[in-house]
Design a protein around this ligand. Structure first.
Ligand SMILES: [Zn+2]
Ligand SMILES: [Zn+2]
Length: 332
């Protein structure tokens, strides 16, 4: 098969690889229809992810056609998080917190390829007429949905009445903005330092778009701040933007620098929530929200062939990709 292989820092190669083989009865072979390029794939590309060791096929935001077993021929969306299924967290419906969780495309081969092998219980069904690129957006949408769900439990007012700001107009930030809009939030701001991303965000109506370097909105005025970057500077901005009694959701993992104003958080009773991944029910809810059209037409997705994958990585790396998400399609 053809695959896009991460071969070392800032290097991915489209080349022939052996077809993956199903070894256990609980595994299925999936012919990949589409796989999204994630920020975490970029993190590996930059040589910053110790868990993703080259050579490795990256990619985990995947949808495809099942090739074996009882559901052969059906299309499916993959939940790429693999957990033990038997610990307290797994049994309690929080498999994303399982101590032995794994992710497709991290230590095992991912889906930037013609085929990928996944556990059968990772498969979520999807409607036959669901657009495969939209379906591949289920995983990042689940991340954003999970974050908004966690915020809703502690917000002092409904999201529809809240003033909210999302920092970072990459896919997670954009999807968080779309989830908030779908819940009736109209007093919504979206900040990004990249001019191209701001332009895309403006064109598609993702709230009031601003440049954090020149016109950050009023400090202390937001019920909800979603930091979809996770850097020292964005944590500083989050601490500044949240109002007394407000909520900060921290999804991004860009760096470990300081930045959180813990004194202000304490004095102003601001809740800080770390967000990681999603539950299976978040995945199901995300795919339904996408399919129903609640999150819009998703015309901001960029399609490229897997053969052009190296250019996709390079363009995101150098900041010349205008789309918040590039979806790669095997050319088989
Ligand atoms: Zn992802
Ligand atoms: Zn577990």
């Amino acid at each position: 098969m053809k695959a896009l292989v991460y071969t070392g820092t800032e290097s991915v190669e489209f080349r022939d690889e052996p077809d993956p083989v199903v070894t256990g009865s609980n595994e299925v072979l999936l012919a990949v229809d589409a796989c999204g390029l994630c920020g975490s794939d970029m993190h590996a590309y930059h040589g910053l992810d110790a868990r993703r060791v080259p050579p490795l096929i990256l990619g985990h935001e995947v949808t495809g056609v099942i090739q074996n077993g009882a559901r052969k021929g059906q299309r499916a969306i993959v939940n790429p998080l693999i957990s033990c299924g038997s610990c307290d967290d797994c049994i309690g419906g929080r498999a994303h917190l399982c101590a032995t969780r794994e992710l497709i495309g991290m230590r095992m081969a991912g889906a930037f390829a013609d085929y990928v092998v996944v556990p059968e219980n990772s498969l979520l069904s999807m409607p036959d007429d669901m657009d495969v690129a939209h379906a591949s957006l289920t995983e990042p949408t689940a991340v954003s949905l999970h974050s908004v769900n966690m915020a809703e439990r502690v917000l002092h007012r409904p999201v529809s009445e809240a003033r909210a700001v999302v920092i970072g107009a990459g896919a997670i930030g954009v999807l968080a903005a779309l989830v908030l809009q779908s819940k009736g939030c109209s007093d919504l701001y979206l900040g990004d330092t990249g001019a191209l991303r701001r332009k895309t965000a403006e064109q598609h109506g993702f709230g009031h778009v601003y440049d954090p370097l020149s016109n950050e909105p009023e400090a202390g005025s937001f019920d909800l701040v979603i930091d979809a970057v996770g850097s020292g500077r964005t944590r500083e901005a989050s601490s500044r933007l949240a109002r007394a009694g407000g909520v900060i959701c921290h999804i991004g993992l860009q760096d470990d620098a300081a930045g959180l104003d813990t004194r202000r958080l304490t004095l102003q009773e601001i809740t800080f929530i770390g967000n990681y991944c999603y539950t299976t029910s978040d995945m199901v809810a995300a795919s339904k929200a996408i399919y129903s059209g609640k999150l819009g037409k998703l015309e901001w997705l960029e399609h490229r062939s897997l053969a052009e994958g190296a250019s996709a990585f390079a363009d995101v790396h150098s900041g010349v990709a205008a789309a918040p998400k590039i979806v790669l399609f095997p050319s088989k």
